[in-house]
Write a protein that binds this ligand. Structure first.
Ligand code: NAD
Length: 244
């Protein structure tokens, strides 16, 4: 009998990755492509890595979300795997955080993700199969000064994932969360050297994460090998949030 790699997938399964124009999302899209998925990547610009169907969609706009799904369904087929990765920060100390700072982050990270999940599961429920991965953050459970809005949104994703996992588990749909720590991307490049040094000192692995560290975890959670994993929060943080 030939051993097969359970993290590869039946050829042609359709995956949609949000925020795929750069950083972690681009790496996930590339990783899933290499694993044999047909991959669509949405972002506001519509840019996506080579081989990935790039679709322009702002997840804060319900009509753009609907149009994006219609395009992916037409060009690749029904979405079987959703990686809801798009997210933003708008850091500000609590006393100076405006309603706009709060609403903007919640609108993208939480409400936008909800909208993607609701739309994707419509078809997954009929197919009685689905894999959903939500991109949270270690900030969801350790907190982060200046990121009250961001941490709240990322904690909300954990509650969302666990509720989806309970509601749709009987339909063959899994819903899990990946919680990265400090990953080197445009998002973290913006931080000061002082903040970066402080993080590095607290990471047991003694290095910042790379986008591929996150992509490998996502690939596993999307695979048939992870069929009995649902409602889980998988930290990819070099141990930064350990013990929480
Ligand atoms: P990034 O800023 O490099 O990329 C974010 C992506 O999201 C971009 O493609 C952008 O176009 C897209 N996006 C943002 N708002 C959108 C909207 N309204 N509609 C559609 N697309 C939108 O960020 P990154 O570092 O690659 O982070 C990706 C995800 O991982 C985010 O959810 C982030 O919160 C999370 N995360 C990152 C880190 C880190 O250290 N980099 C740590 C924990 C969690």
């Amino acid at each position: 009998m030939t051993a097969t790699d359970p993290t590869t997938i039946p050829a042609g399964r359709v995956a949609l990755v949000t925020g795929a124009s750069r950083g972690i999302g681009a790496e996930i899209a590339t990783e899933l492509l290499a694993a044999g998925y047909r991959v669509a990547g949405t972002s506001r610009s519509g840019r996506a890595p080579d081989g990935v169907l790039g679709v322009s969609a702002d997840i804060t706009d319900p009509e753009q979300v609907e149009a994006a799904f219609a395009r992916v369904e037409e060009e690749l087929g029904g979405v079987e795997v959703l990686v809801a990765n798009a997210g933003i920060t708008r850091d500000m100390l609590l006393m100076r955080m405006s309603d706009d700072d709060w609403d903007g982050v919640l609108a993208t990270n939480l409400t936008g993700t909800f909208r993607m999940v609701r739309r994707a599961t419509r078809r997954m429920m009929r197919a009685r199969f689905g894999r959903i991965v939500l991109m949270s953050s270690v900030s969801a459970y350790v907190g982060s000064p200046g990121q009250v809005n961001y941490s709240a949104s990322k904690a909300g994703l954990i509650g969302m994932a666990r509720s989806v996992a309970r509601e749709l588990g009987g339909r063959g749909i899994t819903c899990n969360v990946v919680a990265p720590g400090f990953i080197s991307t445009d998002m973290t490049d913006e931080l000061s050297d002082e903040v970066k040094d402080d993080y590095l000192a607290r990471i047991p692995a003694k290095r910042f994460g790379e986008t591929r560290d996150v992509a490998h975890a996502v690939r596993f959670l999307c695979s048939d090998a992870a069929g009995y994993v649902t409602g889980a929060v998988l930290p990819v943080d070099g141990g930064l949030g350990m013990g929480r």
